[in-house]
Ligand binder design. Structure first.
Ligand code: ADP
Ligand code: MG
Length: 582
């Protein structure tokens, strides 16, 4: 590519509504332009990166035996009705009607359509296993689209769906995808971690997210440096930090804590460690009777240690909270606790409340909690003596750095990650509800065992940048750089020798199949260098008149501090070697 014929549109400043580095750099480097919230155009140079990501993904999916197809962006309500998801998906699914008043949606994912294909096409166990995938536009009307392509509303996803005879075969399909994902993210040149993830209603332990490590990531990922334990914080098990409950050593006392409505403030006022306090969180469930009619409200008090945080995913697994909960209203709180939030606790409740203690809280003695009276806390509170044992003990909290690893092999560390891929065992959830069966060897119809496997193609651009940039711009991994090498002639317009040498190297690179660009725009060196550093081309060669007089050119890797002088006669071989080792 010659830059004079290409489209380079860099900006000095990013638009003011861009909030993270990758989004700013993608805008400044001319990769994307915003059309509406969470909706972008990809300019030619941005699309080059997307195509490179897609090609690696496609290559490895094919290698793993998956078969590419394409499913419609616009999908009919009837199919989504079969699984009940037309109702369940909520506002994230963008719906509309056609001229005949029939309901349609833009695909946020494609389980229904692919399961419909399977039930029509895969009749016999002999046709299994099958794994169908597409690289397609998805639309999710995200409540808070942000961070550019990272959480867009329109984005590109690779989504794959496997169909198997039985659980064991489905496990093999899952493992094959897991391995393919490792190859994909290795080839993309990203630092990542595969972490165990929540399986929601499906259950089991077959769900892994592939997380690109970056401080700006939306996910907290937990790992053990001394073992291979790694999990999303939503899932990571928190062990009790107190081995067994000590005997009470203090008397229960109602202690004035005027204006101190948080555990942090109370601990500070009383001069005690935060870990001696207990935090109260009040939830409510709207109960229904067997006929599905409203049957009152149950109020729940969840207790975690003052220095811990409630994990809502874990809370949603507590028996009684599984079918959904909400935070209690102020009215409900006053009715049950006789007090407004800030001084709530488990002792002396006015009305029946279900008390669930985190594992650590259940083992605490002489703890501090709200006294259900404004401006007062209890100190020296003890289970069994001052209040009944909790109704339930459960893992309710997020793990924190330094917690014991659930595998018993050390302590936990936490880092931030960007979820770029997800592999998920689905079981028969979709095949059963859509009556998608095949005839097994014994002649009986059986529902397919399924798995689904996503990769956020466009999100990968943002994630790669969050992991690889400096003050001057993007630093693309070689595998997905829009161009791998830029040849920068200094004095293109006025020097025949510069033109000759620059064109020669460029032709050599093209002949070798290298994605190279020749900057023949005749820009000043400062402008030229700033553009390519911003765009993030990993290898740069500068050929100028002054150097040529000494028979030299200059090579600079995007991460190098200093350029290397190379004799013009050795230049092609030198660049080849750099590309080889990159
Ligand atoms: N709004 C979005 N913008 C860009 N990429 C997304 C978005 N939502 C999901 N993805 C990508 O698609 C992959 C598969 O999606 P999925 O696991 O179904 O999404 P989620 O984890 O949000 O439920 C994710 O791992 C992520 O890389
Ligand atoms: Mg996911």
């Amino acid at each position: 590519m010659r830059a004079s014929q290409y489209f380079i549109s860099t900006l000095k400043e990013a638009p003011s509504d861009a909030d993270i580095v990758s989004q700013k750099l993608m805008l400044r480097a001319g990769f994307i332009r915003k059309v509406a919230a969470g909706i972008y155009s990809y300019l030619p140079i941005g699309l080059r990166v997307i195509r490179k990501v897609e090609n690696i993904v496609r290559d490895e999916m094919n290698r793993a035996g998956a078969l590419e197809l394409s499913m419609p962006l616009v999908q009919p309500a009837e199919l989504w009705d079969e699984t009940g998801r037309w109702e369940k998906m909520g506002a994230e699914m963008l719906r509309f009607k056609d001229r005949h008043d029939r309901g349609f949606a833009l695909q946020p994912t494609s389980e229904e359509v692919v399961t419909d294909i399977a039930r029509q096409e895969l009749k016999s166990y002999r046709q299994l296993p099958k794994n169908f995938y597409q690289i397609q536009t998805k639309f999710r009307d995200e409540r808070r689209p942000r961070f550019g392509v990272m959480r867009g509303r329109e984005f590109t996803m690779k989504d794959a769906y496997s169909f198997d005879r039985d659980v064991e075969a489905a496990g093999r399909s899952y493992d094959a995808m897991y391995a393919a994902y490792c190859r994909i993210f290795d080839r993309l040149g990203l630092t990542y971690r595969a972490v165990a993830a929540d399986t929601g209603a499906i259950g089991g332990d077959r769900s892994h997210e592939f997380q690109v490590i970056a401080d700006t990531g939306e996910d907290a990922i937990v790992y053990c440096p001394d073992s291979d334990y790694a999990a999303n914080i939503e899932l990571a098990e928190a062990l009790p930090l107190v081995g067994s409950r000590a005997a009470p050593s203090k008397a229960l006392e109602k202690t004035p804590t005027p204006g101190k409505a948080t555990c942090v403030d109370v601990a500070e006022l009383l001069g005690v460690p935060l870990a001696t306090t207990v935090k109260s969180l009040v939830l409510a469930t709207d109960d229904v009777d067997d006929a599905g009619k409203p049957a009152g409200v149950t109020v729940w008090l969840l207790l975690v240690r003052g220095d811990h945080n409630l994990n809502e995913v874990k809370a949603s697994k507590v028996p009684g909270l599984k079918s959904g909960f909400r935070f209690a209203t102020e009215g409900e709180i006053v009715e049950h606790f006789g007090c407004t939030p800030g001084y709530l606790g488990p002792i002396g409740l006015k009305n029946a409340v279900k008390i669930v203690a985190d594992r650590t809280v259940a083992n605490m003695a002489d703890f501090i909690c709200g006294a259900n009276e404004a401006d007062f806390h209890f100190t020296g509170a003890n289970w069994g003596r001052d209040l009944p044992e909790p109704d339930l003990v459960a893992d309710l909290r997020n793990v924190v750095e330094g917690d014991p690893s659930p595998d018993g092999k050390g302590t936990l560390a936490i880092q931030r990650g960007i979820e770029v891929g997800h592999v998920f065992y689905l079981g028969t959830k979709y095949s059963k509800s859509m009556n998608a069966t095949f005839l097994d060897e014994d002649g009986r119809p059986k529902p397919f065992e399924m798995g689904c496997y996503g990769i956020g193609i466009t999100r990968i651009l943002g994630a790669a940048i969050e992991q690889n940039y400096d003050a001057r711009g993007i630093i693309w991994p070689d595998a997905i750089a829009p161009f791998r090498v830029v040849v920068c002639p200094v004095g293109w317009g006025k020097s025949e020798a510069v033109r000759t040498e620059a064109t020669k190297l460029y032709a050599h690179l093209l002949a070798a199949g290298v994605d190279a660009i020749l900057d023949d725009r005749d820009e000043r060196p400062g402008v030229m260098f700033a553009d390519w550093e911003l765009i993030g081309v990993p290898h740069r060669v500068v050929i100028g008149e002054r150097g040529l007089k000494e028979g030299m050119a200059e090579y600079l890797g995007r991460r190098d501090c200093d350029a290397t002088k190379v004799a013009i006669g050795d230049l092609a071989a030198f660049v080849d070697a750099k590309l080889q080792s990159a």
